[in-house]
Design a protein around this ligand. Structure first.
Ligand code: CDP
Length: 220
């Protein structure tokens, strides 16, 4: 099993690139953020407080979370994919993801997902640093906060009807600060990852740059 790890901050375009890359290679696509979002959604539904680490960890252990290779996420068998991009989930997910016992459960899920597959393109915050330290390629995608806010606003998802640039940018930056500042598996570039600043690049240009790199290592 070979892994390509793609990490980076919110709104940088990891999903677009990772999904396309997985498709081109015929590999599975692992959206690790979807697992944290699914748990956050479940916590909001069951009225578990998002600052109650012990209750969140218990919920993570009790729920049957599953990720399907095409990106569908199920909680206890129900497809929750459509509910993962609401503003409420976006606002709460970083507190949930900061709980060490929650991360321990998620790491098991993520490694199990990869087991037995030929190849996996895994995207998130700690794919290269913690979950798949032996990844054959590690990329850290970055872009200026203003540009990331613009991309998120263009996507229209998760920002809510009254969103403006200032608000979207503030939300992204708050989430990044929380993700970078947590004690366990913070958002960080792995020592052996390559950083790509995509601020001035179109999605096609990013994909081509990534694809050149992948071809030089993997020769599909
Ligand atoms: O798509 P976007 O970059 O906005 O977020 P995401 O990949 O869906 O991740 C949502 C949140 O989950 C992040 O802000 C992190 O708090 C958490 N996360 C994490 O802690 N570790 C990962 N490997 C992936 C996501």
């Amino acid at each position: 099993m070979r892994v390509i790890a793609i990490d980076g901050p919110a709104g940088v375009g990891k999903s677009t690139i990772a999904r396309r890359l997985a498709e081109r290679l015929g590999w599975a696509y692992l959206d690790s953020g979807a697992l944290y979002r699914a748990l956050t959604h479940a916590a909001l539904q069951s009225e578990v407080a998002l600052d109650d680490g012990a209750a969140l960890a218990a919920l993570a252990r009790d729920l049957e979370l599953s990720l399907e290779p095409q990106g569908v996420v199920r909680v206890d068998g129900l497809d929750v994919s459509a509910a993962l991009r609401t503003p409420a989930v976006a606002r709460g997910v970083s507190s949930v993801a900061a709980v060490p016992a929650v991360r321990a459960v998620m790491v098991v899920h993520q490694r199990r997902f990869a087991e037995g597959k030929t190849g996996v393109v895994a995207e998130g915050r700690d794919m290269g640093t913690v979950v798949f330290p032996d990844a054959v390629i590690k990329l850290f995608l970055d872009a200026d906060p203003e540009e990331r806010a613009r991309r998120r606003l263009d996507q229209g998802q998760e920002v809510g009807p009254d969103a403006d640039m200032g608000r979207v940018r503030a939300d992204l930056e708050a989430r990044d600060a929380q993700d970078r500042g947590r004690a366990v598996a913070p958002l960080a570039q792995a020592a052996d990852a390559e950083r790509l600043d995509t601020t001035q690049m179109t999605p096609d240009e990013v994909f081509e740059a990534v694809w050149m790199r992948v071809r030089s290592v993997i020769r599909p």
